[in-house]
Design a protein around this ligand. Structure first.
Ligand code: NAI
Length: 286
């Protein structure tokens, strides 16, 4: 099966690497040529590192990856996975374009972190072939993938997709179509409480991250993790989960993160977020 991926940012690139490694031909599309170049360079570097460990042949996997700026290349795809900006209207628009190109039995999937799969599907002509496939960052390393059927998804498709995901070497779980699904729902209060602890002056960023990683057993502290995900993505997800839960205060976004988002301080990818990633910048110690 040939797979089309829309968006070659952090997630699209990672997903492309996963499915190309599993043996699929992959068309990787982005509206931004520089993002495609960056994705191919990072996938190449990652595959070569794995090849050094004898885990795969980088060149054979890379040969299955076909970057493109044209959706017409998706005509032969059996599955299209979208990983573009977390915006319902933009995603719905993109799937209208996809449906004009792919065959009637091509499965459509979104990697959205928080938007309703049902509402993206509702914009499609054939919503019964729509499903959520939610990877975690970085996709080549993270085992978990949430598979989320929409209300309209045809019976059996989620199970079929789950088997595909398993075949890609991942550990899929089925989740209902509710805001944030499983992990992002749990993660919102994790980030939200960490920011509230900061805002209340109880501890500083480095101390909170240190306590949770060194003593709490978390792999990354909440602030380092938010910087890693990107505040453009993370803030939008928080806002979306809050709105979708009918403004339940448990999920309320914070002005601290909103201001970072507005300033363009998106975290690691922008060189600045809660931490400063400029070359030579010293990270605060607890
Ligand atoms: P990103 O900002 O790194 O990449 C998005 C890419 O999509 C960019 O390269 C952009 O040029 C491209 N793009 C935007 N609109 C497009 C369009 N109409 N057509 C073609 N390309 C388009 O974003 P990231 O982090 O990869 O997130 C993508 C999606 O994955 C979002 O829905 C996000 O919520 C979800 N997600 C993000 C995770 C994360 O940790 N960053 C984790 C799991 C899901």
């Amino acid at each position: 099966m040939t797979i089309g991926i829309i968006g070659s940012g952090a997630m699209g690139a990672g997903i492309a690497q996963v499915v190309a490694t599993a043996g699929h031909e992959v068309h990787l599309l982005d509206q931004n040529a520089a993002a495609l170049d960056k994705a191919l360079a990072s996938i190449g570097a990652s595959l070569r590192k794995l090849a050094e460990k004898g885990k795969l042949t980088a060149e054979a996997t890379l040969a299955r990856l076909h970057p493109t700026a044209s959706m017409a290349d998706f005509a032969d795809c059996g599955l299209v996975i979208e990983a573009i900006v977390e915006d319902l209207g933009v995603k719905q628009q993109v799937f209208k374009q996809v449906e004009a190109i792919v065959s009637a039995d091509c499965v459509l999937a979104s990697n959205t972190s928080s938007l309703s799969i049902t509402s993206i599907a509702a914009a499609c002509q054939r919503p019964e072939r729509f499903v959520g496939i939610h990877f975690f960052n970085p996709a080549p390393l993270m085992q978990l993938v949430e598979v989320i059927p929409a209300v309209q998804t045809r019976a059996g498709l989620a199970e079929e997709v789950r088997a595909w995901v398993q075949g890609w070497g991942k550990r899929p779980v089925l989740a209902q179509d509710t805001p944030g699904f499983i992990v992002n729902r749990v993660a919102r209060p994790f980030y939200g409480e960490a920011i509230r602890i900061l805002e209340e002056g109880i501890a500083d960023i480095a101390t909170i991250d240190w306590a949770l990683t060194e003593l709490g057993g978390f792999r990354m502290g909440p602030f380092a993790l938010m910087d890693f995900i990107g505040h453009d993505v993370n803030y939008r997800v928080t806002e979306s989960v809050f709105n979708s839960f009918f403004y339940d205060p448990r999920y309320r976004p914070s002005f601290t993160q909103r201001r970072l988002f507005e300033a363009g301080y998106y975290g690691r990818k922008a060189g600045r977020g809660f931490y400063d990633y400029a070359p030579g910048a010293s990270q605060a110690e607890p």
